[in-house]
Write a protein that binds this ligand. Structure first.
Ligand code: PMV
Length: 345
């Protein structure tokens, strides 16, 4: 039998959640306890090349920037094995995968959303089950991404993406993310994100372990209910352009995420003293200038500074004058919001 070989390459952006996913539902693989919504970050991305050859699979040869990375392989093979339950294509192929991120390794930026997103796009494309670019195609890619990392399910759309069932989001699902189809108000349609690198080390507690701690968490039910409510409110802000409430909700979500970590049993912290110093500076700056900017946090110490692009000069001056001293090696990385995955010739 001839071994058929196919190759594809995708670039997929990372994303930052405005309303956070933290905690899973029981009874399935990577089902979120509440809905989340994110902006994708077009300038922080992964590029993945995948070569698929027919054969009993899935088998994997993985390289990162062309170099072998044995420590990454088990996670990606487990991802392919999960997908193979839903895809005969994955069951009947072997894969050679090379991935590269455009942001420096070791900046503490979560690369899994971009990485799994790019892998999932490659598989959905090679599998050829749905027409590339159709809504079924993106749903399938999002479904696959979710099986690698929940937050990755939101990386396949350029528009804001919602993952998790929510009564007010049409066609929303726990199985895959959907694009937020309503028109975004001008005052929130052209923002940027600068990620201030506070800590570039390995996380003390992985996301997987963090999610699991929600199972017996004293405040879990209240948190999940509040996140559902915040989805309703933040989507209204995006439509109406209520920037003041948008900022309040985004910052509250970030602090709730970290409060859940601090009140887990066992408890832990991922923010560092410099994280808090930056938040204080942001609040002072906002009070003094009245400029619209908000912070949010991922599962880590770094601060995402979200701001309206029209104020870029003022914000970059603010970063340079006040925030740089709190950044590891003075590092921060800026990105536009938006950007769908792209197939690379
Ligand atoms: O996708 P995971 O399992 O790495 O979870 C990440 C969750 C947060 O980044 C903290 C929040 C989110 O919704 O992206």
């Amino acid at each position: 039998m001839n071994n058929k070989q196919m190759q594809v390459k995708y670039r997929c952006p990372s994303n930052i959640a405005l309303v956070k996913y933290w905690g899973k539902k029981e009874g399935g693989v990577q089902l979120p306890a509440n809905a989340s919504i994110s902006w994708s970050l077009s300038d922080l991305y992964a590029e993945t090349t995948m070569i698929a050859t027919t054969g009993v699979g899935p088998k994997l040869t993985f390289t990162f920037k062309g170099e072998s990375k044995p420590s990454f392989e088990p996670k990606i093979l487990a991802f392919l094995e999960r997908i193979s339950e839903y895809s005969d294509f994955v069951k009947t192929h072997n894969f050679i995968v090379d991935t590269v991120n455009n942001f420096p390794h070791g900046t503490g930026i979560a690369s899994s959303a971009a990485g799994f997103g790019a892998l999932a796009m490659c598989i959905a494309d090679l599998e050829g089950k749905f027409e590339n670019g159709s809504s079924e195609f993106f749903e399938r890619a999002s479904f696959f991404s979710r099986l690698g990392s929940g937050s990755a399910s939101r990386s396949v759309y350029g528009k804001p993406a919602v993952w998790g069932e929510h009564p007010e989001i049409l066609n929303s699902s726990d199985l895959y993310a959907v694009p937020f189809e309503k028109e975004i108000h001008n005052s929130l349609s052209n923002w940027k994100d600068c990620v201030l690198i506070v800590d570039d080390g390995e996380k003390k507690v992985s996301s997987t372990a963090g999610h699991a701690l929600l199972e017996n968490h004293p405040y879990a039910a209240a948190r999940f209910a509040n996140a559902q409510k915040n989805i309703s409110e933040i989507t209204q802000c995006l439509e109406s352009g209520d920037v003041v409430n948008f900022i309040a909700l985004v910052e509250s979500e970030a602090l709730q995420l970290h409060s859940m970590m601090m009140s887990s049993i066992p408890y832990f912290t991922l923010i560092r003293p410099n994280t808090l110093a930056i938040l204080e500076e942001i609040w002072t700056f906002r009070e003094e200038t009245n400029l619209p900017l908000a912070f949010t946090l991922d599962a880590g110490a770094n601060v995402h500074l979200l701001y309206d692009k029209q104020n870029e000069n003022e914000i970059l001056n603010f970063i340079d004058n006040k925030l740089l001293i709190y950044c590891k090696n003075g590092t921060y990385l800026c990105s536009n919001i938006g950007g769908t995955p792209q197939k690379i010739a």
